[in-house]
Design a protein around this ligand. Sequence first.
Ligand code: ZN
Length: 294
Amino acid sequence: MLLAFDIGGTKVACARVEGGVIRERRQYPMAYEPAGFAEVIDQLTAGWAAPSRVAVCTTGYIDGGRVHSVNLDIIRFWDGFALAEMLQARFACPVDLINDGQAAGWGEYVARRARGLAPANLLFMTLSTGVGGGLVLDHRLRRGPHGLAAHVGHAGVRLMALDGVTACGCGRSGCLEMIASGTALARQAGALFGRPVSSAELFALAATELRAERIIVHAAQAVAEAIAGFHMIVDLQEVVIGGSVGLASGMLERIRAALHDMPLRAAPLLSAACQGGDAGLTGVIALDNERQEK
Ligand SMILES: [Zn+2]
């Protein structure tokens, strides 16, 4: 039995998988210190048989069995946390770790391959609490030697956030994540309206409030600019947009319109993620299947 986890900034999802199929799925809020995290793992797997292997996708990048945070503002204890060691000690079986954007990107690629539509070069971008991604080149998922591949939220863009904030949690400035993540949309809306506004509320406001629409269009332009830059480096056939902000009403169309206004050669197809909130788990399960077949 495979035990699959998707560990995000706010929640941990867990699935009991047999024969590549999810038999049971559970979810719990993420903890913000190691002891609490160990309890979350125990709660999620209570009553289940011992797994033969564990596969995890998680926020942060994976280097040498440890997770590292690019954005240090998200979960403090996560940076340098020995996740593989902790899970191996807990479950006494092999543990595989991968970044959540990379896993979700592979999940989206595999879903297209199953329909006979797999592009050789696909970039997945998730616009959510943060901005992450997964890159498939020549039909192969790229993790990178340090696990950093496709951390697209920390690509620099020329545009500046509308509230003037430039410093990113990664230590650099001018990152896409500071303009187009859900956190960034809420921050810019809060500064403009002088009260807390969630990114979901901002999308609802945009129907009647031009200033709300402007924040969203600006974010879409920043995403389009980043896509144009990636495209010129790796020659993309398809860009898949996911995440709560990416799949919010009209966001894909706004990104498409911004791309259309650019003089882009051989523009890639722009599509919506089709795997929903479980794209990470889907990718992790597909990668496990491939390891089993080898
Ligand atoms: Zn950054």
